[in-house]
Design a protein around this ligand. Structure first.
Ligand code: HEC
Length: 468
């Protein structure tokens, strides 16, 4: 509360404010006054923010171009830090904070108060402060280790893609090799993690998809896809996981998982981006943690690709902002685990809205500051993940800004349509859907005490799929 009140005052922006009025939580009484001027120091206020929110990427050998591990680093790059955090492009977390679910498992956004702390520190000449206030250095996992290993141990299986040598200067490449898994019996997956192999791969691999190719009937129950559009659903039974910078992996909720079948193969799709020097052996690997043989989770989770292209496909005229929308009906009760918008350079915003069978509407999530270089996966906290009854319509809406206002726009005089290259466009959301039985849905809703779904909605939907 103190910080919120302070930041509101600071936003008034006179730069000479010395007093912040503090409100008691819930009360609104003035309880304290405090001097803020020259108060913010690196050691006490800024170092903890950089440790928690920046250093995982801004350290030698990680993905960011500058290191922010020491006071000297932060002092040297102070102006750049100020502008990146003030415009909310760093850390990469571009969700709209004014609407939709706000509880995430992987929230790395800064609060308004943290942003104001950094801004004020820079404006005050980025002072160090008192050595005694310095927090101990953070320990970071080795980027060459599996990030889930501390939780689950080493993966039960590891699959490695074929390597690709990327020239120093060349167009973006999409490489699609296939790897045999050698699996001879059904196995249920409880967690997966994809990582580029080595520093070179970390620098050139923009994103990677791993599809599971296996013999499976494409019937309703097996595909279990939440309404497939007439173009089909790329994310039906087969997509295992999408990896992109800043996204490490997926852990399925208790009692849920993905299914690998005998003879399964992995089809990779690696999007490679040249960096001005030749990189040999660009490669990704996939670690899989399994449920014990014979343990079958109740629910099967599937990564769905929910299109926002609309019936008329993408048609983005030069100099205009285009809006497209598509609709996906859930055949069974479901819990949505995440929201991950996918667009390219003209991408501006995307929202996911639910229209309940009784007509009520709710915006579940919205990204309003989309940055195409970042594929941020917004993973809902367990007790915030939306529970939706059968018959709910998901509405995915995409905004593309093809005007000169869009700083990422390479050419606002060009017409743009759908395509693979980053100068073409896409418009879809990746969403992990866990289908529930009607009973599970009701009991989950009851547990939430009606917070995110309506417990009154207890009509029996169509029979839920068994666990496949
Ligand atoms: C998930 C990884 C990640 C996190 C977390 C992150 N950054 Fe970055 N940052 C990057 C990458 C990659 C770039 C270069 C590409 C870009 O600008 O998007 C970058 C660029 C920057 C730049 C511009 C560097 C230059 O060369 O001018 C600044 C400044 C910056 N980040 C500051 C921060 C601060 C401050 C935080 C924390 C509050 C932060 N970043 C958190 C990955 C990250």
């Amino acid at each position: 509360m103190r910080e919120t009140a302070s930041s509101m005052l600071l936003k008034a922006g006179t730069g000479v404010l010395t007093l912040a009025i503090t409100f008691a939580i819930g009360g609104g009484d003035v309880v304290a006054q405090e001097s803020l001027e020259d108060d913010v120091t690196y050691a006490r206020d800024v170092a903890p923010i950089l440790q928690q929110n920046c250093q995982v990427c801004h350290q030698p050998g990680s993905i960011a171009p500058i290191s922010l591990m020491t006071y000297d680093d932060a002092h040297r790059y102070a102006r750049r830090i100020r502008s990146k955090v003030a415009e909310r492009s760093m850390p990469p977390w571009h969700i709209d904070r004014s609407v939709g679910i706000q509880d995430f498992k992987n929230d790395r956004g800064l609060t308004d108060a943290e942003i104001e702390t950094i801004v004020q520190w820079v404006d005050n000449g980025s002072p160090f402060g008192d050595e005694a206030d310095m927090p101990p250095p953070m320990e970071f996992p080795d980027p060459n280790d599996w990030q889930f290993a501390p939780d689950f141990g080493e993966p039960d299986m590891v699959f490695v893609s074929e390597a690709y040598d990327l020239d120093a200067v060349t167009q973006d490449k999409w490489y699609r090799p296939i790897t045999e898994t050698g699996i001879t019996e059904e196995r249920w997956v409880k967690a997966i993690e994809i990582r580029p192999v080595g520093l070179g791969s970390r620098r050139i691999i923009h994103h990677a998809l791993a599809f599971l190719l296996q013999d499976e009937e494409q019937g309703e129950r097996s595909a279990g896809s939440a309404e497939v559009t007439d173009r089909g659903a790329m994310g039906g039974p087969g997509l295992f996981m999408e990896w992109a910078v800043g996204k490490r992996g997926e852990i399925f909720p208790e009692g849920a998982g993905k299914l690998m079948m005998p003879g399964a193969r992995i089809l990779w799709e690696m999007h490679l981006h040249a960096i001005g020097e030749k990189v040999e052996a660009g490669q990704v690997e996939l670690g899989v943690w399994l449920y014990p043989v014979g343990e079958t989770p109740r629910n099967r989770t599937r990564l769905n690709m929910f299109d926002a292209r609309g019936r008329s496909d993408l048609d983005i005229p030069p100099g205009e902002v285009a809006v497209t929308q598509d609709f996906h009906v859930l055949k069974w009760p479901a819990r949505l685990e995440n929201f991950q918008p996918h667009m390219h350079m003209r991408g501006k915003a995307m929202s996911m809205e639910a229209i309940y069978p009784d007509g009520r509407k709710r915006i579940l999530s919205q990204v309003n500051n989309f940055q195409w270089q970042w594929h941020v996966n917004y993973i809902f906290a367990d007790d915030a993940a939306p529970l939706l009854p059968a018959g709910t319509t998901l509405v995915i809406t995409a905004w593309h800004d093809n005007t000169a206002e869009n700083a990422n726009n390479p050419d606002h005089t060009q017409w743009v349509g759908w395509g693979d290259r980053t100068v073409d466009e896409m418009a879809h959301a990746w969403v992990d859907v866990t289908y529930l039985t009607q009973e599970e849905y009701k009991s989950e809703v009851a547990k939430r005490e009606g917070k995110t779904a309506d417990p009154a909605n207890d009509e029996d939907g169509p029979p839920a799929p068994a666990n496949r």
